[in-house]
Design a protein around this ligand. Structure first.
Ligand SMILES: Cc1cc2nc3c(=O)[nH]c(=O)nc-3n(C[C@H](O)[C@H](O)[C@H](O)COP(=O)(O)OP(=O)(O)OC[C@H]3O[C@@H](n4cnc5c(N)ncnc54)[C@H](O)[C@@H]3O)c2cc1C
Length: 246
């Protein structure tokens, strides 16, 4: 399936993917919606990242996404790439899978057999590996919308502006818990669920949760660097998310 082509075309260029048949889904009808449904924002398969980023209601509806979009690649790439394409591609350092995980969102899949929904926590299985079956397409992703009492923060460290993150952190701080999604560190985005006010009141809970991660090293950064960034940034952005709870 070809959506915005911003990940698939490079993979075709490098011969990492060699499909026998390529189906361009961008002109299929009925997949371009951005609409509310039962406390979530439904984003259809062909909605480009820039379309959601510039949607006037985004800052009030999904403050986390409003903060995170400028970190995805460059404007020109976001004008082509789709939201669902990024979720389907499941790069371990991509920002949109992190947001879906931190917010507790859902992936809606469709095939000839029907539809099913998978929570983000069960969707990302490994590097560019998801629970989507070969004959399924992502019809839409559902992001739970902002509710009073919640605060959000996002931060990433990358080698250059627009690069994939070496470490990315997305936080949703609510009255009952803190959801910290970590990207770029292991082979898939990870979710840590922590007690509220973790950074200040329970620093040991945060330290224990971070100690359970196994950061990877690669030619861009050794594991020790990722670990140091995590330990330095996590308490700060959890505090930032708490500070903006309304
Ligand atoms: C230079 C550059 C820098 C980038 N930097 C970043 C970055 O910093 N952060 C980031 O997150 N991304 C980055 N990207 C990737 C970009 O966000 C892509 O747009 C996105 O990952 C894929 O979306 P797409 O619509 O282009 O998908 P495509 O490239 O068309 O498809 C990607 C994969 O998903 C599958 N797919 C697409 N849509 C569906 C669907 N609805 N159902 C099932 N399968 C589907 C395709 O079959 C393919 O396997 C970068 C890209 C480039 C070229």
């Amino acid at each position: 399936m070809l959506a915005g082509g911003q990940s698939l075309l490079p993979m075709l260029n490098m011969r990492l993917a060699r499909p026998q048949l390529l189906i361009d889904i961008m002109r299929l009808p009925g997949l371009g919606e951005i609409r509310r449904e039962d406390g979530s924002l439904v984003v259809g398969a062909v909605v480009r990242q820039a379309a959601l980023e510039t949607w006037a209601e985004l800052p009030g509806t999904l403050p986390l996404l409003a903060r995170l979009f400028p970190h995805i690649a460059h404007w020109q790439i976001r004008c082509r790439g789709t939201v669902c394409g990024s979720i389907a591609h499941a790069d371990p350092a991509a920002e949109l899978p992190l947001a879906l995980l931190a917010l507790g969102g859902t992936v809606r899949l469709a095939s000839r057999r029907g539809r099913r929904e998978i929570p983000a926590e069960q969707f990302f299985l490994g590097p560019m590996l998801t629970a989507r079956r070969d004959d399924e397409m992502i019809e839409a992703v559902l992001f739970p919308v902002h509710r009073p009492g919640f605060g959000y923060a996002f931060r990433e460290v990358a080698r250059r502006d627009g690069d994939f993150a070496l470490v990315a952190l997305a936080v949703v701080a609510g009255p009952d818990c803190v959801r910290l999604a970590v990207g770029g560190v292991e082979d898939r985005p990870l979710l840590l669920t922590l007690p509220p006010a973790t950074a200040r009141a329970h620093p040991e809970a945060l330290a224990a949760a971070l100690a359970g991660l196994a950061p990877r090293g690669d030619p861009h950064a050794p594991a020790s660097y990722r670990e140091a960034v995590l330990r330095a940034l996590a308490p700060r952005i959890i505090a930032e998310a708490h500070a903006c709870r309304d």
